[in-house]
Design a protein around this ligand. Structure first.
Ligand code: SF4
Length: 263
């Protein structure tokens, strides 16, 4: 890598990084704060336990700054441009505006990793419809586990979130994946979650378990393979089966800050 790329000070992007269902990806962080800003505080979150909870959408980073930074990047070979980062990306109110601006200058498909918590809002749903690939998380179908695993901000309703996933799928014409993080706490709920996935009818189900360092141990290959059996006919793929592309991040430091301790 040239010295120019090594000294690039990335503020809003962190790529290319390898993502298990997105090949190599340029990450965009529309929150870009020092602290995690989220509607949840999941027990397996790689970003640590400190969180700024909010349900209020706000403009954190102006679109032109994102565009300027993307234009300043060296030539990169990527499969997707992916919105994620230090928190829940749908909290940013300039989401679809940024997607439109990126589509004017880049040819890659645009993806988002969302925790689904704000999908019930009309403005958020409208913004999500502008993506090519939406990966939406749901780790629990019971209140008890929702609270225990995701630590949602007060006022969030699991029923509303589940219904919004079903509704969004009907309207969205892009690729839609339902991602579930399985850990010890929710492994016994796999059958119920699979039944719910059948109602959503996603293009794929991503069965995940925390393989990157975090306070919660991952389930074993055997446990995940057993869980997968509940998801027959749902185009399910597990994190253990997925081939992760090898990529060299432009800035290791920025990537680690936004993605957790390992790339
Ligand atoms: S939704 Fe994502 S960023 Fe938010 S706490 Fe959970 S894992 Fe962390």
């Amino acid at each position: 890598m040239s010295s120019k790329t090594e000294t690039l000070n990335l503020k809003y992007t962190y790529g290319p990084v390898a993502s298990w269902r997105l090949g190599s990806s340029l990450g965009v962080d529309l929150l870009s704060g020092k602290e995690k800003i989220c509607t949840y505080n999941c027990i397996y979150c790689q970003l640590g336990r400190k969180v700024i909870y909010t349900l209020e959408r706000k403009n954190f980073v102006p679109v032109d700054r994102i565009i300027k930074e993307i234009e300043s990047l060296p030539e990169i070979n990527i499969d997707y441009i992916t919105f994620s980062g230090r928190g829940e990306p749908t909290i940013a109110s300039n989401l679809s505006e940024t997607v439109r601006a990126i589509k004017n200058i880049r040819k890659e498909k645009i993806a988002i990793l969302t925790n689904s918590s704000l999908m019930y809002r009309e403005d958020v749903k409208k913004d999500l419809l502008s993506f090519d690939f939406v990966i939406a998380k749901l780790d629990a179908t019971s209140h008890f586990l929702f609270e225990k695993i995701n630590y949602p901000a007060r006022k969030l309703s699991l029923e509303k979130i589940m219904q919004s996933l079903i509704d969004f799928r009907k309207e969205f014409h892009g690729k839609f994946a339902l991602q579930i993080m399985f850990i010890n706490l929710n492994k016994a709920q796999a059958q119920e979650i699979a039944e719910f996935a059948r109602l959503v009818k996603p293009d794929e189900v991503q069965i995940n378990t925390p393989l990157r360092p975090c306070p919660v141990p991952p389930l074993s290959r055997e446990e995940i393979a057993k869980i997968k059996e509940y998801f027959t006919n749902l185009n399910a793929i597990t994190v253990y089966e997925s081939k992760i592309k090898k990529v060299t991040p432009i800035s290791k430091k920025e990537t680690m800050e936004r993605r957790g301790k390992v790339i």
